[in-house]
Design a protein around this ligand. Sequence first.
Ligand code: NAP
Length: 336
Amino acid sequence: MSINIGVIGTGRIGTDHIRRLTDRITAASVIAVSDIDAQRASDVARSVPQASPYRDAHDLIASDAVNAVVVTSSAPTHESYVLAAIEAGKPVFCEKPLADTADGCLRIVEAEAARGQRLVQVGFMRRYDPQHRALKAALDEGTIGTPLLAHCAHRNPRVPAERYTSDMSITGAAIHEIDSTRWLFDEEVATVQVLKPRRSPRAAEHLQDPQVVLLETHSGIHVDVEVFVNCGYGYDIRCEVVGEDGTVSLADHPNVVLVHDHARQTTVTPDWATRFGTAYDIELHSWVESVASAVASGPSAWDGYAAATIAEACITSLQTGQRTPVLTKDMPELYR
Ligand code: NAP
């Protein structure tokens, strides 16, 4: 049986996910789309066989024709749509962040726990990226011994000057390294600190860019993340884990290495859609399989809540400059 999917939010990643669900995932069909911009939703619906536009996303969630929901609208809208999907008993894939506050994420966790059934998957796609998976496999096999620390970088070529804030470097960008840290080391972050290096002249006046986010896990692993969202040259994601017996890192992500005229050249991916295209494909394929089998897998609402709590501690530290503890509620039985 094909899973009939409704997609809310037809912007950049929404249309990207609609395309992969339509062209590459045979077990699913996008049959409904909605956006605050009704014209955009209608235009997208016309480009997808069998898809109908919905003016109100809550009607899409309630529709008997829709088996499962994908939420790719702007972050502040996620909470109400995810809560409505839980209320309707429908599986929901929500792009990160799960909600725009940790309290909002907690309300989702509580709603799901009260229902006693995992319905939510959060879009932390690095867990599906072949390179990140290989790195985790090396850690899990113990190849480099006990992990001690990690160096990461999250560089975007540029961000919109007016509407991008310093907090968004954490909630929109570093949130991926926050989730990767919990996932790679299988433990929680205990404290955080955010440092403010000299600002790039490419950054808007109000934006602290770059930032250095320091995460310390309960066992004492230190992770430093350079978040630089106006680096100019490309989209560059790095991670090197240092263990007691060696190191393991993400390799460069080129298609080819060109050796020519006394030089060795490679390319840098231009954007997140290119760098993580394969990861998004695997992620959504895996989500559709989990919907079909009714066995939830992948990053849970709890993972969304935990990441948001760490991100909020980072924002506090960005303001105070102090090392800040991460305080989370007790994990409900559903996620153990
Ligand atoms: P975007 O291009 O701005 O798309 C968001 C769409 O949602 C826009 O069409 C927006 O319309 C629409 N929208 C706003 N309010 C809405 C509402 N109440 N109901 C329905 N639709 C509404 O943003 P994006 O880059 O695609 O990002 C969307 C989400 O995906 C964000 O949470 C972002 O963090 C996440 N994301 C994740 C990744 C990843 O690597 N996992 C990558 C990119 C984005 P207007 O433009 O008219 O407001």
